[in-house]
Each structure stands twice: as C-alpha cells, then as structure tokens.
Write a protein that binds this ligand. Structure first.
Ligand SMILES: [Zn+2]
Length: 278
C-alpha cells in the first residue's frame, strides 16, 4: 500500500498525493490574459463551453502563498520570486527552480513536486463573450501595444481541478493543503479578481495519477464520494515548514557533492538536474 515518504527524496519514488480542489467565486471575477496561448474558456465536446483557469495561474499564486507564509516564519526570508530563489528552502523544494538563473548560483536544478492541470467550471459557461482590448501598462497606465482578452465570470461559479504532490512527506502535504485554503484570489494581478474560496474536497494517495477534473465532471452519473481521511493527522503547518527546512541541507548537499567532478556516486542523482523545472 502506498504511504507518505518519511523524508524528502531527490529521486522519484512513484508516490502521488492527488487533491481534488474546488474554487468558488464569491464575486463576479474578471479573468484577463495577454498571453495568446492562455485559454480562458474552452469548448469540450462532452461538457460544452466551460470557463477554465490555466494551471500556471493557480500554481503561481500558490507558490507565492507558500513563500509568503514561509517568510512569516522567518525561514529563508531571502528567497524571492523570480530571480532570487534560494534553491534551499521548503518552497523551492516544492515548486522547483533553476540553479543557474537564481541568485543562489547553485549547480543544480530542482524539479517541481507540485503539479496540476487546468481548472474547469462545473457549470456551462453559456454563450461566452470575451473582449480583446489594448493592454494597459501597469506602471504608466498607458495603453500599450499588446492585446489583452478580458472575460467576466459570474459569482458562484465553481471550478474544479486536481493538484498533485509528487513523492510527498506529511510535512509537504500539510504545507500545500494549508496554503491551498489561503488561496482566496487568483491571478498575477489579483486586484482584477473577486474573492474566491478554495476547498479540498477529496484526497487520494496512489502510485499513479488517476484523477482529473475532466473525468470528474463527466462522471455525473456516479459522483465521487469525498474522502479526506488521508489528510487527517498531518503535522501542523508551522511545524511542517520547520521540519522540512531541517531536512533540506542533507538532501541538497548530497546533490552538490555528487555534482563535483571526478568519480563518486554521480550517476543517479544527476537525473534530478537534467530536466528543467517548470
Ligand atoms: Zn527558496
């Protein structure tokens, strides 16, 4: 049976904690995007038109919250997005980072252990109207050249999505679960958004990822029985940051020594540094 890791591991152990997460808008919200590839609505063949929130937006906000809470506990307060990642703290372990581009200038990268997918609205978006406007530069409040798409999403709209923590210890899960609940606005420019309420409705520990918002929404005939048992008895969030932080020096120094030239146990740990994190 799959269980939480006792200490963080550099190498994949094939353990996935999947959280089914609901985000409910408490106010009308405006989603805006100036990224052409950033879809705000999507027509699913079997679900119809739905509002969607790109995972990138949720991940960005969640990472900020994890970092903010960490700083409040005075753990690596120097770690900051985007170019000042320390690559040596709980937030960096969870969300990853690239050594060379960080101010830490370390020789390793960290892969993100928090993964997710597009959040999809539970109800049909009806006939969606979006507006494409000239983007307004934040600093100068001047109309710029870039085009921007703006979309209003009515309050009470509920989105669901999955958030997965790969190879989790109880401490890692405590940090993610607690900060997900603190996610009360979404988007880089939070002021553009209304308030939201984020709830974990189901949690599952498995050796594979087998939940998705799309299939949850499709399976209306046999809705899932929510079960949060696996999240009971997690250590408190403040203690979790401290514990995780105390486990990291050993973990990363191992990585640094294995990267040094010459012989030694270079082989397998190297995998961690090969791929680029998100
Ligand atoms: Zn850091």
């Amino acid at each position: 049976m799959t269980s939480f890791l006792l200490t963080p591991s550099l190498l994949g152990k094939g353990v996935y904690l999947q959280l089914l997460v609901e985000i409910k808008l408490l106010d009308d919200a405006i989603i805006r995007s100036n990224e052409p590839e950033e879809v705000l609505t999507h027509h699913y063949k079997e679900l119809g038109n739905r509002f969607v929130i790109p995972w990138r937006k949720i991940k960005g906000k969640l990472r900020r919250l994890v970092l903010e809470k960490q700083r409040g506990l005075d753990i690596h307060p120097e770690c900051a997005l985007k170019d000042d990642l320390c690559l040596n703290c709980p937030a960096c372990l969870l969300f990853g980072g690239t050594g060379e581009t960080s101010s830490a200038k370390v020789s390793y990268n960290i892969l993100s252990r928090v993964m997710g997918e597009t959040f999809i609205s539970k109800s049909d978006a009806g006939e969606i109207e979006s507006y494409t406007l000239n983007a307004v530069g934040e600093k100068h409040l001047k109309t710029g050249q870039a085009l921007m798409t703006i979309l209003t999403v009515p309050k009470e709209t509920v989105f669901i999505g999955t958030v997965t923590v790969k190879d989790p210890t109880k401490e890692m899960v405590s940090i993610i679960a607690e900060n997900l609940k603190r996610l009360t606005r979404i988007g880089a420019r939070s002021v553009e958004w209304g308030r939201a309420e984020t709830t974990i409705i189901h949690a599952k520990l498995s050796d594979r990822e087998d939940m998705s918002a799309y299939y949850e929404l499709k399976a209306t005939a046999s809705p899932r029985q929510p079960d949060l048992a696996i999240l009971q008895n997690l250590p408190a969030v403040d203690a979790s940051y401290a514990t995780l932080n105390s486990q990291l020096p050993g973990l990363f120094s191992d990585l640094v020594t294995t990267r040094s030239p010459g012989k030694g146990k270079k082989g397998k740990e190297k995998e961690e540094t090969k791929e680029n994190p998100e």
